[in-house]
Design a protein around this ligand. Structure first.
Ligand SMILES: [Zn+2]
Length: 117
């Protein structure tokens, strides 16, 4: 799969500044920042919802989930249920890692003076 092409408009994504990686179940896809907003407006069902993975909100989610996961594995809180929560909490962390390895790390951080789309 070409990770540098927006799945909405099928044009190239040039740098991380205009990139939004979004997840839906176990899929992670790259979009332009602008295209992602259009996608969100078009999506009316919860099942079709794409959640942004990168950016500040994604980072906070990952940090919280990682902390929760470590806590659940490291202690005996809630026993079996605790372990289960620990596994589930790793899911957004895993998505973030996939997004970074396969999409974000392949794009330059920021290109100055790029022409508008
Ligand atoms: Zn696009």
């Amino acid at each position: 799969m070409n990770t540098k092409v927006c799945r909405y408009c099928y044009k190239d994504i040039r740098d991380r500044d205009e990139l939004v990686t979004a997840s839906n179940w176990f899929r992670v896809r790259p979009y332009h920042y602008r295209c992602f907003q259009l996608l969100e407006e078009e999506t009316s069902t919860v099942a079709g919802m794409w959640t942004p993975v990168n950016g500040r909100i994604g980072l906070i989610t990952v940090a919280l989930m990682l902390a929760l996961s470590i806590w659940m594995f490291a202690t005996n809180t809630l026993h079996f249920i605790g372990d289960l929560i620990g596994v589930l909490a790793l899911y957004p962390v895993l998505l973030r890692v996939i997004s970074y390895l396969f999409i974000e790390s392949r794009l330059p951080k920021y290109i100055e003076k790029k022409p508008p789309l």
